[in-house]
Design a binder for this molecule. Structure first.
Ligand SMILES: Nc1ncnc2c1ncn2[C@@H]1O[C@H](COP(=O)(O)OP(=O)(O)OP(=O)(O)O)[C@@H](O)[C@H]1O
Ligand SMILES: [Zn+2]
Length: 441
C-alpha cells in the first residue's frame, strides 16, 4: 500500500478541525441562546450567576443591579485581533449578555503573541469562529453572534444597529471612520482603542456630549502614515492593556456610570513613567461633518475612497517606483549568488537597506546592512563601498521591494553610480519564489 503523504494527512486534519470548530461553535451558540432566553425572562440573578459573579457582585460599583444591567447589555466588538481578543474575553467573563463579533480574517501564526482568543490549532481558520469557540468555552451564559464579514458601508448600519455599545478593535483608518459614522448615525456610544509598537490609546466617543472620532480627526491620515502591526510591530501585551481598558469602559457604560463627564483620551506607553497620561478633549464640535450642527455626512460614504486605502491595503505592497531596467528578479539574483559562491564571477555588493532590527531577524548571506534612513549620515561609508567595486553591480534589497527602489535612486542620482539595481519584491518575494526555508516575518 502506498504510504500517505504528510501534506495530505495535514490537509485532512485541517478540514476535520474546521468542521469540528464549526459544529462546536454552532452548538455553543445555540446553548447560549437557550440559556440566555431563560435568564432574560427573569429579573433576578440565578444561583449560578450569583456563584459565578460573586467576586464582582461584592463591589458596590457593580452589585446585583449592575450585574443585571451587564446581562441585559449587548456589545459589538469589531475586530477579533490584538485589542478585540482581551476585550471580548473579559466582556464574556464579566457577564455581558449578548456579544457580537465581526472579523473577515483568518488566524495567522503571527497573531498568536497577542491575539489571545486564538490558538495554534485555529491557524488558518476564520477568526470569528475561533473567537466564539474560546469565548463559549469560557462562558456558556454569554449569547454570541458572529459576523464573518468585512464591515463596510453596505452592512455596517444593519450590524451595528442591533447593539447597545460598539467597540472599535480594528487597525485601519477606513474602518475607524466607517464605525464612527455608523455609531453617530445610530446614536450608539463607541469605545475606541489602538495599539502599535509600545504605545496605545483609548477614547470613548459619541457619548454624553463628548466628541466623535471625526470631531478629533476631521481628515484621514495619508495612507502611508497609518502605522500597522505588520509593518511596525507591536509588543504582545500592549493591545492586551488597551483591550482590557476598552472592556472596562464598556462595563461603565453598560452599568450606567458616568462616562465622559470630562471627555479625555488615555495614552499608554511602555516607555513612559508613569505609563498612563490623560489628554483632555473638547466636547462635540459644532462644525463636525457627521455629529455637528449641520452635518454633511448623513449616510455612510465610500470610506476606502475617503481614506485613500482600504482595510486590506495596510501593508504597503510592492509598487513600481523605479525604471524597470534598474531591477532584477529574485531568480536572477540567485544566479548571481551562485556564480559568486562558486568563485567564477558574479562580483557584487548586496546592500540590505532595512533597519538594523529587521536585519537581525534574518538576512541573505554576505549582505551589508546600511539602512536607507542612514544613507545621508553614512554617505562616506556608502561611497567607499561602492567605489571599491570597480564597476561591479550593487544589488539593493529590503523587506518588500519598496525601500530598495529608493536606495537605487539615491545611489544612481546622488552617488552617480549607474551599476545599481534593486531585487524585485524584496525578501518576501525571495521566500516565495526562491527559498521557501527563508524566514517570513
Ligand atoms: N473592516 C473590517 N471588517 C472586519 N474586520 C476588520 C475590519 N478591519 C479590520 N478588521 C480586523 O481587525 C483586526 C485587527 O487586529 P490587529 O490589529 O491585531 O491586526 P491583524 O490584522 O490581525 O494582524 P497584522 O496587522 O499583524 O497582520 C483584524 O483581525 C482584522 O481582520
Ligand atoms: Zn463629530
Amino acid at each position: 500500500m502506498e504510504r500517505p503523504k504528510i501534506s495530505e494527512l495535514r490537509d485532512q486534519l485541517h478540514s476535520l478541525r474546521k468542521q469540528e470548530l464549526e459544529i462546536e461553535a454552532q452548538i455553543l451558540a445555540l446553548e447560549a441562546e437557550e440559556q440566555s432566553t431563560a435568564q432574560k425572562a427573569s429579573d433576578r440573578l440565578t444561583n449560578e450567576e450569583i456563584r459565578r459573579y460573586s467576586r464582582q457582585l461584592l463591589i458596590p460599583e457593580v452589585g446585583t443591579e449592575g450585574q443585571l444591567k451587564l446581562r441585559n447589555s449587548s456589545v459589538l466588538v469589531v475586530g477579533t485581533g490584538g485589542l478585540g481578543s482581551p476585550c471580548a474575553l473579559y466582556l464574556a467573563a464579566m457577564g455581558i449578555g449578548r456579544l457580537g463579533l465581526v472579523d473577515h480574517d483568518v488566524v495567522d501564526q503571527s497573531n498568536l503573541h497577542r491575539q489571545v482568543l486564538h490558538t495554534e490549532a485555529s491557524c488558518g481558520f476564520s477568526k470569528v469562529l475561533s473567537a466564539v469557540t474560546s469565548i463559549s468555552r469560557l462562558s456558556s451564559l454569554c449569547e454570541t453572534k458572529v459576523y464573518d464579514v468585512l464591515l463596510d458601508s453596505t452592512n455596517a448600519r444593519d450590524i451595528i444597529g442591533g447593539y447597545d455599545i460598539v467597540v472599535d478593535a480594528t487597525d485601519n483608518a477606513a474602518t475607524r471612520y466607517l464605525i464612527n459614522d455608523a455609531c453617530v448615525l445610530s446614536g450608539i456610544p463607541l469605545v475606541s482603542g489602538s495599539a502599535v509598537r509600545l504605545d496605545g490609546q483609548l477614547t470613548v466617543y459619541n457619548h454624553n456630549g463628548g466628541p466623535c472620532y471625526r470631531c478629533l480627526f476631521p481628515t484621514p491620515p495619508a495612507p502611508d502614515a497609518m502605522a500597522n502591526c505588520s509593518e511596525t510591530g507591536v509588543l504582545g501585551v500592549v493591545p492586551g492593556v488597551i483591550g482590557c481598558l476598552q472592556a472596562m469602559e464598556v462595563v461603565k457604560l453598560a452599568t450606567g456610570r458616568k462616562v465622559n463627564e470630562d471627555p479625555s483620551m488615555l495614552l499608554f506607553s511602555y516607555r513612559s513613567q508613569p505609563h498612563f497620561r490623560s489628554v483632555k478633549l473638547r466636547g462635540r464640535k459644532p462644525t463636525c461633518a457627521v455629529c455637528g450642527d449641520e452635518p454633511t455626512v448623513t449616510k455612510l460614504i465610500d470610506y476606502v475612497a475617503f481614506c485613500g486605502a482600504g482595510p486590506n491595503d495596510d501593508a504597503p505592497q510592492w509598487k513600481l517606483l523605479e525604471d524597470p531596467t534598474h531591477r532584477i528578479s529574485c531568480e536572477r539574483y540567485r544566479e548571481v549568488q551562485d556564480l559568486s559562491d562558486a568563485g567564477v564571477g558574479g562580483k557584487h555588493l548586496l546592500l540590505d537597506v532595512r533597519d538594523e532590527v529587521q536585519f537581525t531577524i534574518c538576512q541573505l548571506p554576505h549582505s551589508v546592512n546600511i539602512p536607507i534612513d542612514q544613507f545621508d549620515t553614512r554617505r562616506k561609508e556608502l561611497e567607499e563601498a561602492v567605489q571599491s567595486l570597480d564597476g561591479a553591480p550593487v544589488y539593493a534589497v529590503c523587506r518588500r521591494g519598496n525601500l530598495s527602489q529608493m536606495a537605487v535612486r539615491y545611489i544612481r542620482d546622488q552617488l552617480g553610480y549607474e551599476q545599481c539595481f534593486d531585487i524585485a519584491g524584496g525578501l518576501v518575494a525571495w521566500q516565495r519564489e526562491v527559498d521557501a526555508e527563508f524566514p517570513a516575518y
